[in-house]
Design a protein around this ligand. Sequence first.
Ligand code: GLU
Length: 271
Amino acid sequence: MKKLGTLFMMMVLAAISAKAALAAPPADTLAAVKQKGVLVAGVKDSLPPFGYIDEKTRTIVGYDIDFVRAIAKKLGVKVELKPVTSASRMPQLQEGNIDIIAATMTKNAERAKVIDFSDTYFVTGQKFITRKGAVHSLKDLEGKRIGTAKGSTSEQNVKKAIPSATVLSFDDYPQALLALEQGKVQAVTTDESILIGILDKAPDKSKFEIPSIRISDEPYGLGMRKGDKNLVDFVNKTLLEMEKSGEAARIFNKWFGKYHLQRTFKITAGI
Ligand code: GLU
């Protein structure tokens, strides 16, 4: 009986460690991606023009997606897109459910302790959507209810910039915009480039505006697992080639041209 019990315990332990081994992310994601023939990217699926579902094709398209596709093409592999939220993207990467994050993600020192980032492939800054004429300076937002997304830099920045505000954090920004439309918050805050995209899709957009109040700089990077050097090098090489060939600027104009947004940056090695 005792022997059987020990055997059972050993089998359970073996099963647990086999599962752990299966789930563990590869040490060299670049080699693993080549081997499986697919690059799995964590992307946003409701944030035009970065990642959103195209009504005609029912597929996720956008600025972030075009960069993922260019990287996969260079690698000669297919792409699988997995929707993530601001809060879920780092855990998803660390758990090995995705190979790379391409999801409106700001590079900062705090996050860089946990994951590695590519060179900057987009630059924006944090602003607000408010009712037209309601807000002229940060003072007008003091003590107000402001919507944003959980796990974002926007959430952290707005708490610092307006400590008297009540910050309501949603899963993603479209829900925050809905709360603004319903009068539950007085402003929505995140990166200007995201605000422009979600406001453009809003049916009652003429009632709202993005005042020229900017509270931060937000350089975006593609996120990869800490120490995944081969993938980081490959991605950076591809980004630089895309800058040089003009492809990166073409992608920018494809998605932001209609909003008359200027490309104020260039993809540069080491930045
Ligand atoms: N870029 C900011 C961030 O990484 C805000 C947008 C987002 O939540 O993805 O947190």
